[in-house]
Design a protein around this ligand. Structure first.
Ligand SMILES: [Zn+2]
Ligand SMILES: [Zn+2]
Length: 108
């Protein structure tokens, strides 16, 4: 996933969501998000808040064929599925690949 909507060049002092500073919210290390809708107002959110508040553009890439979908509703409609891959990672798959994956896991 790419975060391209960084309007603020310097590390924000604190997250507008949780109020933690750049160090404790992780912004200094992993980056932050500036919601497009309110750009110009110098609000910045740590990635934790950004994903909770859904500022980050949603997109998924199929782990099977590389097809991409950038709309959550569209993904749902088209039958995209998410598989747990190992401990924590979620793997997204389009309907076609998901069907194969289900079959593969069923016979494994
Ligand atoms: Zn935050
Ligand atoms: Zn696929």
């Amino acid at each position: 996933m790419e975060y391209t909507n960084f309007d603020i060049v310097e590390v924000p002092r604190r997250c507008s969501g949780c109020g933690r500073d750049a160090d404790s919210s992780g912004m200094r290390h992993v980056g932050w998000a500036v919601p497009v809708a309110v750009s110009g107002s110098a609000q910045a959110y740590c990635l934790g808040c950004a994903s909770v508040l859904r500022f980050l553009p949603w997109s998924a890439e199929c782990a099977g064929c590389g097809r991409e979908v950038d709309d959550e509703n569209e993904a749902e409609e088209k039958g995209w599925r998410f598989f747990r891959n190992g401990d924590r990672e979620l793997m997204s798959m389009c309907a076609d690949c998901a069907a194969l994956e289900v079959r593969r896991r069923a016979t494994a």
